[in-house]
Design a protein around this ligand. Structure first.
Ligand code: 13P
Ligand code: SF4
Length: 300
């Protein structure tokens, strides 16, 4: 039996679905029931009818699925697959930040811990941040954590000023405007797509600033043939598979999120075989964190 056959058999036995993020290894995306960005995966988690969700991604994503669907068993094959950006602010630090801005609305990027979400009025993902942030009045004071770049990007688009926490993604920090210009020289005429987690000069050097799901939709609907991709290289698997007549060039093939790559077919098989590692969110945190995520899902 191949490892894929073993996983599929275990999946049937456990009545499980496999959800995978767009940055996962190609073989994980291939065996998953659904692959998407953070927003698409959060929505999917609310619709799952199976008993078990095996989440192939980083910890906050599995935690979001557990918050949204607390009656399900949510497993993460590699519980040490964290997101360093999500760990750049703790709930205690956020409470201190909020105490300095009484009356401000607290907004968290979904790349945050359940404890941080529980302290927030609203959650956003890169796929809906603009639409969600538009629903606040320009008079509202906003605290935005933890990603300074996504927060700065949306504040710029909406011509507003947010109180930004100085968090960032260490993987996207490898991208520079000079690397974008070099990629343009190598692939003249190609459309440059970058993730809004990139720094401002990188976002300014690109043509499009999109979530990973946004990049898939943009590439599908565009009449262009050549694209330069400024995000984690795992997404190239899906872009190339869905658009066989088009060309996708990474700005640099070293843009790798090590945590996203921790999940392998072997760890996925072990996870289903041993029903581990279960993601547990204490009820008191789950209920409060769910409010912020539900508020987001109700908008966009
Ligand atoms: P997306 O929601 O755009 O997939 O982004 C998740 C992420 O962690 C990007 O680094
Ligand atoms: Fe976190 Fe960056 Fe990895 Fe996304 S790419 S999961 S933001 S470390």
């Amino acid at each position: 039996m191949t490892i894929e056959e073993e996983i599929n058999e275990l999946k049937r036995k456990r009545n499980a679905v496999i959800l995978a993020h767009n940055y996962q290894r190609g073989e994980i995306q291939e065996i998953a029931d659904f692959t998407g960005d953070s927003l698409e995966l959060a929505r999917k988690a609310t619709q799952v009818e199976a008993d078990v969700i095996v989440f192939c991604g980083v910890y906050f994503m599995a935690e979001t699925a557990a918050i949204l669907n607390p009656s399900k068993i949510v497993l993460i094959p590699n519980p040490d697959a964290g997101c360093p950006m999500a760990d750049m602010i703790t709930a205690a630090q956020l409470r201190e930040f909020k105490a300095k801005k009484p009356g401000a609305k607290a907004v968290c990027y979904v790349n945050s811990t359940a404890e941080v979400k529980a302290e927030c009025d609203m959650c956003v993902t890169s796929g809906n941040a603009e639409a969600v942030m538009k629903t606040f009045s320009p008079k509202d004071e906003i605290i935005f954590v933890p990603d300074q770049h996504l927060g700065g990007h949306i504040a710029g688009k909406l011509n507003r000023k947010y109180n930004l926490w100085p968090g960032y993604c260490p993987t996207h920090a490898h991208l520079t405007a000079a690397k974008i210009e070099e990629a343009r020289r190598l692939h003249p005429g190609a459309i440059v797509m970058v993730h809004p987690e990139c720094a401002k000069d990188v976002r300014d050097a690109a043509d499009e600033r999109l979530s990973t799901g946004g990049m898939c939709a943009f590439a599908r609907n565009s009449s262009a043939k050549d694209f330069i991709v400024g995000t984690e290289v795992g997404i190239l698997h899906r872009l190339r598979k869905e658009n066989p007549g088009k060309n996708f060039y990474p700005v640099t093939d070293t843009l790798i999120c090590p945590n996203m790559k921790k999940t392998t077919l072997a760890s996925l098989r072990e996870s289903l075989a041993e029903m581990r590692e279960r993601v547990i969110v204490p009820e008191e945190i789950q209920v409060r964190a769910k409010r912020a995520i539900d508020a987001m899902l109700a908008i966009a």
